[in-house]
Design a binder for this molecule. Structure first.
Ligand SMILES: Cc1cc2nc3c(=O)[nH]c(=O)nc-3n(C[C@H](O)[C@H](O)[C@H](O)COP(=O)(O)OP(=O)(O)OC[C@H]3O[C@@H](n4cnc5c(N)ncnc54)[C@H](O)[C@@H]3O)c2cc1C
Length: 477
């Protein structure tokens, strides 16, 4: 048995720790600066209502294989629910016209074609041009995709004949929601991955999933319990200040009062913290440090509308809003939760404001006014029943998938003696999402276990398979 220290108890650190401990070859100590595990997937407690509210809506998708394997390994199936058929609704709040993207029996990448043909927010010309590009995206080789890292996705879309309307309504919307950046600033390599793997990948890839409890629940319960039962020692509220380098390799970590030593350190912190830890590091870390110095974050805002009476129909799940810059999507948390919201709060609407870099400076009052105005276009009576609006701002939410960002991402198998890097920013194609974080944790574990033949796309063999549609053991939306 060898000893490893994992720094960071977000999804990356949790996955690395559990996969290594499960191998029976490693003993793990996991250090987390926060009070609980979960990192950027977290809840805040609203003191007035006592409710635990998400830092922001966290959607998952059936294409998140490794994330779902982790959920299965921790026996947390009851806390995640999935659509049994892809259905992404779009509403124009000014006209009330709505239409959905849904899958049909046609083979991918054509499984959405029927719904796109009927989609009311795109013209026939938009659709014809889109069809050509979907074909081109599907045929693109991985090398061609990576070579487009320095090209703006908007520029590439225009060069490939896409209309402004399809960029605004379709391409730009998915880039905003999934990459958390504008279509103009997004790297084409990263955006192309999203469409190839997600929307136009397997027929069921874009089935939307949701947390059926507040976000912290799964971490404080099933995940913590599984880690402890597996033998991992968890040190919560323990900030690591620096790494220990003995002149030849990394050998340990330092808190403000103690030092801990191990055969291997896995640093599963966000890229800005990792950069600080590698400052003045050995020669092998210099390029990584320089690249991480060029990485940025993009912001997100979560807006929660709490009501003392239900204002939506019970079967309303979510809708994207056409041409709304701030209130871009509305989720009905009642539809997703296992139980009621609370005795006094009968409806919880959750609005993720993606790419909120500009709006993060807005006052609470301005954001509240915008919320009331836009929600009022759809449910005109809503203010009568509105108990409270809670706003959560996260400036450093996701690493930026800006033009040229792919080449800044380090690999999990970078050769740094005694140290392996992990975290959603590690080069694994995924943007800054939960699946990327779990995949990076497994990449770190695979490197530690010398599993040279394991590829990022492979399932983790020791963990349960991810659920396909209709799996009876998993909750359905
Ligand atoms: C508001 C918001 C909304 C999002 N929405 C979605 C979504 O809808 N779908 C989706 O898939 N993804 C979403 N994401 C992205 C997703 O949450 C992240 O990609 C993922 O959680 C990152 O996991 P990680 O383990 O790489 O990093 P983190 O979760 O940041 O984990 C790193 C951990 O390291 C700890 N740490 C930092 N410094 C130290 C130190 N010195 N010592 C010890 N511990 C330390 C931190 O406390 C943290 O727990 C969202 C993120 C945010 C912030």
């Amino acid at each position: 048995m060898r000893n490893a220290i994992v720094v960071g108890g977000g999804l990356a650190g949790i996955s690395a720790a559990l996969a290594l401990q499960d191998s029976g070859k490693w003993n793990i100590k996991l250090f987390e600066a926060g009070k609980t595990l979960g990192g950027r997937v977290s809840s805040i407690t609203d003191n007035e209502t006592g409710l635990k509210l998400d830092n922001c809506q966290h959607a998952c998708f059936r294409v998140y294989d490794h994330f779902l394997q982790l959920v299965g390994r921790c026996g947390a199936q009851s806390s995640i629910k999935f659509q049994q058929k892809t259905n992404v609704k779009f509403t124009n709040p000014n006209t009330g016209v709505s239409g959905s993207l849904y899958d049909s029996k046609l083979k991918p990448p054509n499984h959405l074609a029927k719904s796109i043909l009927k989609f009311p927010h795109l013209t026939f010309k938009d659709k014809l041009k889109m069809r050509k590009l979907v074909k081109k995206l599907s045929k693109m080789t991985e090398e061609e995709r990576i070579n487009l890292d320095d090209v703006s996705f908007e520029k590439w879309l225009k060069e490939n004949g896409q209309t402004q309307n399809s960029i605004d309504v379709f391409w730009g919307f998915f880039v905003l929601a999934a990459l958390n950046i504008s279509v103009k600033e997004a790297s084409t390599a990263q955006a192309a991955f999203l469409f190839r793997k997600g929307l136009f990948g397997n027929s069921d890839a874009f089935d939307v999933g949701a947390f059926a409890e507040d976000l912290s629940y799964i971490f404080e319960n099933q995940i913590s319990n599984t880690l402890i039962e597996s033998g991992i020692e968890i040190y919560n509220s323990t900030k690591i200040n620096s790494l220990i380098w003995n002149g030849e390799k990394y050998t340990g970590v330092k808190t403000s009062t103690e030092e801990f030593f191990a055969d291997l350190i896995i640093l599963a912190t966000p890229h800005n913290i990792t950069k600080k830890m590698l400052k003045d590091g050995p020669e092998s870390t210099k390029i990584i440090y320089e690249n991480l110095s060029k990485m940025n974050f993009n912001s997100l805002i979560g807006i929660h509308g709490l009501y003392n009476k239900k204002i939506t129909k019970d079967d309303f799940h979510f809708t994207a809003l056409i041409n709304e810059p701030i209130i871009q999507m509305i989720f009905n948390r009642n539809f997703e939760l296992n139980g009621e919201v609370s005795a006094n709060i009968k409806q919880w609407l959750s609005i993720p404001v993606s790419y909120a870099d500009h709006y993060i400076k807005y006052s609470k009052q301005d954001l509240e006014e915008e919320y009331k105005k836009v929600i009022g276009k759809i449910w005109p009576e809503h203010e009568k029943f509105l108990s409270k609006i809670v706003i959560v701002k996260t400036p450093n939410a996701t690493f930026s998938t800006k033009i040229g960002s792919t080449k800044l991402r380090p690999d999990a198998n970078e050769i740094i003696p005694g140290l392996i890097l992990s975290g959603d920013y590690i080069n694994n194609n995924w943007p800054s999402v939960m699946e990327g974080a779990v995949t990076s944790g497994l990449m770190a574990a695979a490197t530690a276990l010398n599993m040279d033949s394991w590829k990022n796309d492979d399932l983790w063999t020791n963990w349960p398979k991810p659920p396909r549609r209709g799996n009876q053991n998993w909750n359905k939306l």
